[in-house]
Structures are given as structure tokens and as C-alpha cells.
Design a protein around this ligand. Structure first.
Ligand code: ADP
Ligand code: MG
Length: 325
């Protein structure tokens, strides 16, 4: 890296990045969600994420929680006869604690083994949404395990949540997914990064809150998209790069068709056009591309979409889909 002409502040800003890992990277649809499975996935992620810190980047790590919050909801559906259920936003907080702790511990251990002092902590993160967000009228975001039609009909007898069919893979519980508007802790997160810490924050899209008439905030029944929250967080803390890690090395147009074409470096204007043309599936790649576009538009930085294993190569500009102003 050429640092000769960059001021101390410029360099610091340049090395501050937000990295988002999918909830499915931590628990796949084929797994049951045992502690051992989750730990193995977390260890695998931490091995790769450690390379980002070794590369000299300061990282704010965000993560999904779809599979995990679904399991928490399932646990409470079954135990509600003996133990009262909690509101959905409390489950968000619970999943941030659970996943944040596992990621933090594992990442700190890997960093220490690499000979670097681990300076990483987790911030419980609350995100404000609009009370009148149209998303509150329709649950669209699938969470948790996949069920057959028969299983789903059985579960509906005990579960207070509606179910939706998820892209031919089975039925899943559905929750409302409003837009993130502001992140309550972003100034604290920024402050900690200026002390040189890497932070795990915004887990599961953040704990959703609405503003009451008297200005106070209260939790609400929703799960926010973690990629949109990551884009907002990256903008609010002045990160130079937003990295979204998912199941593919690059984003494609005409995905899964004979005309499929992988994208490398794309301008914001070009990506907007592809987005309008409908190349990115709504429940999967769509929100990731939208998050990438929002960050680049608002911050003038770059956004990268790639696979976990390719993250360092992509940060060097050697692979991934890289969105530039
Ligand atoms: P995550 O768990 O990381 O949120 P998702 O499964 O929700 O991941 O979304 C990423 C997936 O979307 C990719 O692995 C790929 O299978 C699919 N996908 C849909 N449209 C596209 C596209 N245009 N280009 C690349 N992948 C796509
Ligand atoms: Mg997803």
C-alpha cells in the first residue's frame, strides 16, 4: 500500500472497514444448530476474518442471525407452557449476545495466536426504524429452520408467527423487516475504533426500536436486514469500505441462466441499471446489492461482495464484485 502521501487521519480512515457475514455462514440450512456445529462454523469464519486484521485493517464486523433467531423462537414456542415467551426484539438481543460472544472469543484467540494483541469487543446495537414503515403491515423476512408443509401445519398450532414458502426450499417463519434509519450506538462504535479497537456490532441487523411521541425508544416486533444496517453503520462511522460476505465469489447478471456473466469492478451508475433490470433476487442478492449501492452513494467509498475465503484477495482488488462511485 502506498501510504506516503496519506495523512495520519486519511490512512486511519482508509483502513477502517465494515465486514458483514451472513447468518447462514454461521449455521447452514443442512445443520441442526448444535453448539458443536455453530462453534465449528465460527472457528472457520474467525480463521478467515483474522487474515483481515493481519492485513492491517481495522474491522467492524456485523453478522446475520436468521437461523439463530429462528431457533430461539422455536425453543420458546415449545416451552411456552412452562415459561412465558419474550418479544421478538429481546430475541434479537439474545442472538447478538450469543453470536457476538462466540465470534469475539474465537477471533480474539486467532488474532492472539497470530502474535497480535487482540483488541476486539462486542457492542449490543440498537437500530431505529420508522413506526409507519409499510413493512409492518406484512411479514416477509424468512427466519429459522425449513419445514415441510405437514411440519409447518403442526407448528402453526403452537407458534404465534406466520409462515412463508422460501424459494422452493420449504416453509419458514416470517417476520416484518422495516428499513434501518439510525444506529443508536454508532458514535460509541466510531469512538472505540478511533482507539484502535475492532468491533463486533449490528448483529442480526440490530435490535429494532421505534421512537415514541415523547422521544423515548421502545423495542418492536421485527428483524432488520443486516446488509442494510451494515451499509448504514459503515456510512455513520466513516468506513472506507463495506464488505459483504456471502455464498458466491462475485455477483452475476443473468444469474443461473446460460447468459450468466460475473461482475468484477462496476460503477454505481451501471449497478443501478442492473438493479432496475431485476438481476438480483429479492430475498437473497437484492438487499446485498442495494446495501452496497447505498453505501457507495452516501460515502463515496467502495463496496465489495465476495466469499469469506476470498476476502483478503478482494480487499487487494484481485477478485470479488467491487462497486465504485
Ligand atoms: P446470506 O446468507 O449470505 O445472506 P443468501 O443465500 O441470502 O446469503 O444470498 C446469497 C445468494 O444469492 C448467493 O449464494 C446466490 O446463490 C444467490 N444469488 C441470487 N441472485 C444472484 C446473483 N445475481 N448473483 C450472484 N448470486 C445470486
Ligand atoms: Mg440472506
Amino acid at each position: 500500500m502506498n501510504t506516503g502521501s496519506i495523512s495520519a487521519y486519511g490512512e486511519e480512515r482508509n483502513r477502517l472497514i465494515v465486514v458483514a457475514v451472513g447468518g447462514n455462514a454461521l449455521l447452514t440450512e443442512r445443520q441442526r444448530g448444535t453448539f458443536e456445529e455453530q462453534m465449528e462454523n465460527v472457528e472457520y469464519c474467525a480463521t478467515e476474518l483474522c487474515k483481515i486484521i493481519q492485513e492491517g485493517y481495522q474491522m467492524v464486523l456485523t453478522h446475520g442471525n436468521g437461523p439463530q433467531i429462528g431457533l430461539i423462537m422455536l425453543r420458546d414456542s415449545f416451552s411456552r407452557i412452562v415459561r412465558p415467551v419474550m418479544p421478538l426484539y429481546v430475541y434479537s438481543a439474545e442472538s447478538q449476545g450469543q453470536i457476538g460472544f462466540l465470534l469475539m472469543r474465537s477471533l480474539c484467540n486467532h488474532v492472539a495466536l497470530a502474535g497480535i494483541q487482540p483488541r476486539i469487543t462486542t457492542i449490543l446495537t440498537q437500530v431505529i426504524v420508522r413506526k409507519d414503515d409499510p413493512a409492518f403491515s406484512k411479514p416477509t423476512k424468512p427466519v429459522g429452520p425449513f419445514y415441510t408443509l405437514e411440519e409447518m401445519e403442526e407448528l402453526q398450532k403452537i407458534s404465534p408467527f406466520p409462515f412463508v414458502e422460501d424459494s422452493g426450499r420449504g416453509y419458514r417463519k416470517a417476520v416484518c423487516s422495516p428499513e434501518p434509519v439510525a444506529i443508536v450506538e454508532s458514535s460509541f462504535i466510531k469512538g472505540l475504533t478511533s482507539l484502535g479497537l475492532s468491533i463486533i456490532a449490528g448483529g442480526g441487523g440490530g435490535i429494532p426500536l421505534v421512537r415514541n411521541d415523547d422521544g423515548t425508544l421502545s423495542g418492536c416486533e421485527a428483524v432488520i436486514d443486516k446488509d442494510l444496517t451494515s451499509a448504514l453503520l459503515a456510512t455513520e462511522i466513516g468506513a472506507s469500505t463495506l464488505v459483504i460476505l456471502t455464498g458466491v465469489e462475485r455477483v452475476a447478471i443473468h444469474f443461473n441462466t446460460p447468459r450468466q456473466q460475473w461482475l468484477d469492478t462496476v460503477s454505481l451508475e451501471q449497478m443501478k441499471q442492473y438493479y432496475r433490470e431485476g438481476h438480483f433476487a429479492e430475498g437473497s442478492m437484492g438487499p446485498k446489492v442495494l446495501a452496497a449501492m447505498r453505501f457507495v452513494e452516501k460515502s463515496g467509498g467502495r463496496a465489495i461482495i465476495t466469499r469469506l475465503e476470498k476476502v483478503v484477495d478482494a480487499l487487494r482488488g484481485e477478485t470479488g464484485t467491487i462497486l465504485v462511485p
